[in-house]
Design a protein around this ligand. Structure first.
Ligand SMILES: C[S@@+](CC[C@H](N)C(=O)[O-])C[C@H]1O[C@@H](n2cnc3c(N)ncnc32)[C@H](O)[C@@H]1O
Length: 259
């Protein structure tokens, strides 16, 4: 099989097939969070690090006014083309989630599946929360999902998915190459095997995520005026099953409310 060294984010069609097929639980959970935790009706929503907009399109179809930003122009282009195809404004734009300002404030923001961990430094993480606090209306919420680095043994070190649509099949594998807690970097290896009737090739990628303990996350929240942590969930995405953080906690979804 041919091997291409590249970034999955530069192949939005394959990204969207793999991650886009897994939208239902997150989507339902987001709607339930808007209902339960926002202290205002949620109409306008923003996604920093929106990628292909797999959740944005579903929210647009449900009648929300959505927008998003991403560093990757290919992902933004893919997202906008799909929004336009279904008759919605091309509301994704290229930008940095640590440095943005929205002209119109929003009622909710969300950032799922470790996207936040792409921010490389404490300064960038802090700047991100300040941008979020700035763009939320009072009573609005931020839903933030990521993997913490547990104090006990890391349980989740490899994940595999497979997704198919028409003639296209993508099999993916993600694994943790190693964690440097001093530098606060976790290296992630990825392969995506792409099969079409005429081609078969592998994309090999590596990315870095910043590591976080629950205390390090709490310190960021404490340093962000106007954002208050109101609840924690996990990747089961069940609104009736909030979690208590302990030494084993890995996947977590924070609900932050703008005061
Ligand atoms: C794991 S993908 C998630 C995409 C989308 N949020 C989703 O749930 O499918 C992470 C995305 O974050 C984007 N990204 C990484 N660093 C970023 C930054 N500093 N500002 C904006 N986007 C960023 C990447 O380009 C990529 O599209």
């Amino acid at each position: 099989m041919d091997v291409i060294a590249g970034h999955l984010y530069d192949f939005p069609k394959y990204y969207d097939l793999i991650f886009g097929s897994d939208w239902k639980a997150e989507y339902k959970f987001l709607l339930e969070c808007f209902d339960l935790w926002a202290r205002r009706p949620v109409k306008r929503i923003f996604e920093p690090g929106c990628g292909t907009g797999r959740l944005m399109i579903k929210l647009a179809q449900a009648g929300y006014e959505i927008s998003g930003l991403d560093l990757n122009p290919k992902a933004v282009d893919y997202c906008n083309k799909r929004l336009a195809k279904y008759g919605y404004p091309e509301s994704a734009f290229i930008g940095d989630m640590a440095d943005f300002h929205l002209k119109k404030k929003v009622d909710a923001c969300f950032n799922m599946i470790n996207t936040f961990r792409h921010l490389p430094s404490e300064a960038a993480a802090l700047a991100h929360f300040r941008c979020i606090a700035d763009c939320l209306n009072k009573g609005g919420i931020y839903v933030l999902g990521l993997h913490l680095t547990p104090k006990t043994t890391q349980q989740c070190t490899e994940e595999c998915w497979s997704a198919a649509k028409g003639n296209l099949t993508v099999n993916s594998r993600l694994w943790s190459i190693g964690i440097d807690l001093k530098k606060r970097v976790e290296r992630i290896g990825m392969t995506y095997d792409v099969h079409t009737p005429t081609q078969q090739f592998r994309i090999e990628d590596e990315t870095a995520f910043r590591t976080y303990s629950s205390e390090q996350m709490q310190a960021l929240f404490d340093a962000t005026p106007g954002l208050k942590l109101v609840e924690t969930y996990d990747f089961r995405y069940h609104i009736d099953w909030p979690i208590e953080i302990d030494a084993d906690t890995e996947d977590i979804v924070y609900i932050l409310q703008k005061q």
